[in-house]
Design a protein around this ligand. Structure first.
Ligand code: ATP
Length: 232
């Protein structure tokens, strides 16, 4: 009887140890790591709204201040794309295993491919002292809002769906099918972007110089404020 009781207690203690080691400690460690240093910046907006264009301007002007978080994807690399630079190219099996073990802060599926941001990718940027920049879709934004990351959320809005279509056609990267898929998502994305409380800043990218100025002013005022509050 006494032996059975002791065995049960050991089982319960082992269960608590396992629970704490598997869920609580990694979460706390991750949470502390992510809340250290300047707040990351999440960019979101319909495909073709100009996120990459504006992020590039920011990186060109402040090469030492910002670092881009490298996402994972199961899609094949396009010509010129390098593993670890543009994306971490992986397989569905490997990515699913990493998701199951809690290594991702956000994941999404588009078409037949998985995409996601690993906690490690964010920590890699933060460990260099740079501000981590992420470019993600609205499903990822929702997941990050439920995480300890606490970034600034910036929405890049196109002047209209017609102009978005013109820009995507002109960019020449989309098939008729992927163009239609992107345009179909844009309306929902804009509604989400304009919902009060979802974003800290909405930038309408009509004129690129004006949009960049608004973006830069906001980011600089936020980082100055964080410096004054002793977060750097
Ligand atoms: N203000 C602007 N006026 C005209 N063209 C623009 C403007 N901003 C960006 N573009 C052009 O529109 C196209 C789409 O921009 P960009 O690739 O930056 O969008 P994106 O939001 O990063 O898209 P994706 O999510 O598909 O990567 C590009 O060819 C870019 O040069």
């Amino acid at each position: 009887m006494a032996v059975a009781k002791i065995r049960n207690r050991i089982r319960i203690e082992n269960f608590f140890d396992l629970f704490i080691n598997t869920f609580i400690l990694p979460y706390l460690g991750f949470s502390i790591m992510l809340q250290k240093g300047p707040r990351p910046i999440v960019f979101c907006g319909p495909s073709g709204s100009g996120k990459s264009t504006l992020i590039k301007l920011l990186f060109d002007e402040y090469p030492d201040k910002f670092g881009f978080s490298v996402s994972h994807t199961t899609r094949n690399p396009r010509p010129g794309e390098e593993n670890g630079k543009h994306y971490y190219f992986t397989t569905k099996d490997d990515m699913q295993k990493q998701i199951d073990s809690g290594e991702f802060i956000e994941t999404a599926v588009f078409g037949n491919n998985m995409y996601g941001t690993s906690k490690q990718a964010i920590e890699d940027v933060q460990s260099t002292g740079k501000i981590c920049v992420l470019d993600i879709e609205i499903e990822g934004v929702k997941q990050i809002k439920a995480s300890p990351l606490q970034p600034l959320f910036i929405f890049i809005k196109p002047p209209s769906i017609e102009e978005l279509e013109n820009r995507l056609k002109k960019r020449g990267t989309e098939s008729q099918e992927s163009l239609q898929r992107r345009l179909a998502s844009a309306k929902t994305e804009i509604e989400f972007g304009e919902t009060p409380g979802n974003f800290d800043l909405i930038v309408e990218n009509d004129n690129v110089e004006k949009a960049y100025e608004k973006l830069r002013n906001f980011i600089m005022s936020q980082t100055n404020q964080q410096n004054q509050n002793g977060i750097s």
